[in-house]
Design a protein around this ligand. Structure first.
Ligand code: GCU
Length: 699
């Protein structure tokens, strides 16, 4: 799947044709700055291709433009009657720019916002800062012809979240079993190859464009598990990070680095990494100063500490707040932030010990520290309390740290959702997390909480694969991650539609309408379909240990990882109630605390996450647990077989290479879904002895 640096990558959501509407027009770009140059460059290329014209000044009276992209600071003074002859400067379009009070009121737009409006047949994008202009350009790209139609109303666009981040789990060196990218399903790293930085960073540049076009503005380049070679990225291999930062900078993407908490020891400087030791603090301060000398707009550090074997402050009897604050002090003089991950739990627990509950761990470790983190620390919390399963409740940590900046972390790389061999569009899952209201319908949502400081982080699913993401349709997940971070209230189906419209373009021979219809059929509900044929009712972790692909119901049942389903002949599920279980439900505020506690009120899809019930327990949907398991597994696998049929209808209507790749992957998805169906059904039939009411084959 991997291609060399030189093979042009698939254009994803930025095929040249996506710029047709702009490129065929007369465009004026006003302003200065690196990102304004990026805008000019994009438009110049588009105009050269489609016959339009781009100008950098309006110097002739009467010169007309179809599209004006301008920094407010570059606009001429308030138009007067004398400007009347200038169709842009003296027109309603110009007056409109003042009318809304944008000029002199930068807080109205913010550093990344823009205004998009249309007056007197001129489409106008105004921004206070170059970043806003870049995002405005991509909004016009998304709109295509409709950006030039009379239906375009005036609107201010601003990102809901200031930090919209991608985390790469890339290693410099390839691991013999894991490959180069931890949980990567898209070939090697975009940044390193054979232990060395890639010399040709053209792919990284193309990646930066794609990130900007979906709204991502920050990226870590290396794995949260920081091994020896990657520890050096902070010091003697810093130049490699600086080179990536140089390429991503024109697209408004700041680079962050995952660092090893024990770096002072690993790099041979000190005998301790104790965060309160003055020598350790000095070491980090000077290492950080050098980072900022090389990368002046460096974003900051991401840290996985005291988690799954990574070093951390516990070794010195220090708290996570003490560890995080030490690094925060090092980056603070430069405006940097520390993303400190809350994924801290005991991965060496005894499966016999029913009192330890991994779901509780992040809350138990972090909530008592609320208010003790510096302002530039962001506690980065996985969206669920366990680990990116297809269905989990929203992590209770997100609502429980009001005095801390909190970010929510999702996994675009499909570790537990089909590993980019299965179609699984995750927009609906992430949207449900962002819309979740921890204090009930009248309270703030997860999106509101994380927008207040921490932002949205997605573990990247991209790599050196020609289609970027292994499964070509998994591109939609990367796209949706950025768009949801920008606008968390967006409808995920509408975002999918945007992605389809940009990616599958009539001008490249794709027959747009059937393609759009079929892709919606295949993808809209693909997350729920995946859920149907895999682990039922929120139980999770019925995967093969290690690589996590395919079913193995007891694979984790007697391991130290804290991921159990407790199935026996009578029933299944984890009792996490306060009344008789681990008490995890008590980590939620009302009303959820009570809803999850109550067997009657707990939503079906999370029943086995919160309760241990008998196989004949009746769900809200009227079915018993065991019959529901059978029904969903038959239905899910059947649905995947239909999806394979539906995809075949696109033969000849899309790029043949893409078509063939998806054909092969759907074969695997059908095989795998059947394997899941049969193993899950057989396992529960053998445990329970209850036959399928419909008499279908179970083994
Ligand atoms: C999962 C995943 C690991 C990863 C970890 C993390 O457990 O399997 O590969 O390192 O999450 O998020 O840190």
């Amino acid at each position: 799947m991997t291609v060399s640096d030189r093979t042009p990558a698939h254009p994803a959501w930025l095929p040249p044709e996506a710029f047709r509407a702009i490129g065929a027009r007369r465009v004026l770009v006003l302003g200065d700055g690196m990102l304004v140059e990026t805008v000019r460059e994009e438009i110049t290329v588009a105009c050269a291709r489609f016959g339009g014209q781009v100008r950098h000044r309006q110097d002739q009276a009467g010169e007309r433009f179809d599209l004006v992209l301008a920094l407010t600071g570059a606009l001429p003074a308030m138009p007067t009657a004398a400007d009347a002859g200038h169709p842009f400067l003296g027109s309603d379009a110009a007056i409109a720019t003042w009318q809304y009070g944008w000029r002199g009121a930068p807080e109205a737009l913010g550093g990344e916002g823009f205004v998009l409006t249309r007056r007197e047949e001129v489409t106008v994008v105004l921004a206070d800062e170059p970043r806003g202009l870049l995002y405005g350009l991509f909004e016009v790209v998304r709109l295509g012809e409709s950006a030039f139609g009379s239906g375009l109303g005036a609107a201010i666009h601003r990102p809901a979240m200031r930090l919209r981040m991608i985390n790469h789990w890339d290693n410099v060196d390839a691991h013999p079993v894991m490959g180069q990218v931890e949980r990567g399903y898209a070939g090697g790293s975009l940044f390193w190859q054979d232990g060395l930085p890639r010399r040709d960073l053209a792919r990284v540049q193309a990646y930066g464009r794609l990130l900007a076009a979906c709204g991502i503005n920050a990226a870590t380049v290396n794995n949260v598990n920081v091994h020896r070679a990657e520890t050096h990225l902070l010091t003697d291999r810093l130049g490699e990070v600086a080179a990536i930062a140089r390429v991503l900078r024109p697209y408004g993407v700041r680079v962050h680095l995952s660092v090893n908490f024990a770096a002072p020891i690993v790099l041979g400087a000190l005998a301790t990494a104790d965060p309160l030791d003055p020598a350790v603090r000095d070491w980090w301060a000077s290492a950080t100063r050098r980072v900022y000398e090389a990368i002046p707009d460096f974003g900051g550090y991401v840290v996985k500490a005291d988690s799954e074997g990574q070093p951390g402050p516990f070794a010195y009897g220090r708290s996570h707040a003490e560890g995080a604050d030490m690094l925060a002090d090092a980056v603070a003089p430069f405006g940097g932030v520390v993303h400190w991950r809350a994924f801290v739990y005991n991965h060496r627990q005894d499966w016999r010990d029913r009192s330890t509950d991994r779901a509780r761990a992040a809350y138990d470790h972090f909530v008592p520290l609320d208010g003790r983190f510096r302002d530039n620390v962001i506690v980065q919390v996985k969206h669920g309390p366990m680990d990116f399963q297809v269905r989990e409740p929203v992590s209770p940590v997100i609502a429980a740290m009001p005095a801390t900046r909190v970010a929510v972390e999702v996994q675009a790389t499909q570790e537990y959702t089909g590993q980019q061999r299965h179609i699984c569009y995750l927009g609906p899952l992430w949207s449900s997390v962002l819309r979740f209201a921890p204090h009930g319908p009248d309270g703030s949502t997860v999106a509101d909480i994380v927008a207040g400081g921490g932002g949205f982080v997605a573990v990247s699913n991209a790599g050196a694969d020609h289609f970027w993401t292994g499964h070509p349709l998994a591109q939609a997940n990367l796209y949706a991650a950025g768009r949801l971070a920008w606008q968390p209230t967006a409808d995920p189906t509408a975002l999918l539609d945007e992605w389809i419209g940009l990616t599958f373009n009539p001008a490249t021979g794709d027959d747009a309408e059937p393609v759009r219809r079929t892709l919606h059929l295949l993808m809209d509900d693909s997350w729920r379909t995946y859920e149907q044929y895999t682990a039922p009712l929120g139980i999770g972790f019925m995967v093969r240990p290690g690589h996590h692909y395919g079913p193995d119901v007891d694979g984790y049942e007697y391991t130290p990882w804290g991921t159990y389903h407790f199935a026996d002949r009578d029933g299944v599920g984890v009792d996490r109630t306060r009344a008789s279980g681990t008490g995890f439900t008590g980590q939620y505020p009302e009303p959820w605390s009570q809803i999850y506690e109550s067997l009657d009120d707990c939503p079906d899809e999370l029943l086995l996450f919160f309760h241990h019930v008998g196989f004949r327990h009746v769900l809200h949907n009227g079915s018993t647990v065991i019959q529901h398991i059978y029904d969903t597994h038959f239905a899910g696998a059947e649905r995947v077989a239909e999806m394979r049929q539906q995809w075949h209808e696109l033969d000849g209507l899309v790029d043949p290479a893409l078509f063939t790749r998806v054909v092969a992957l759907l074969e695997e998805q059908v095989r795998s879904a059947e394997e899941w169906r049969d193993q899950i059904n057989t396992y529960f039939f053998r445990k329970s002895g209850v036959p399928d009411a419909k008499g279908r084959p179970i083994y």
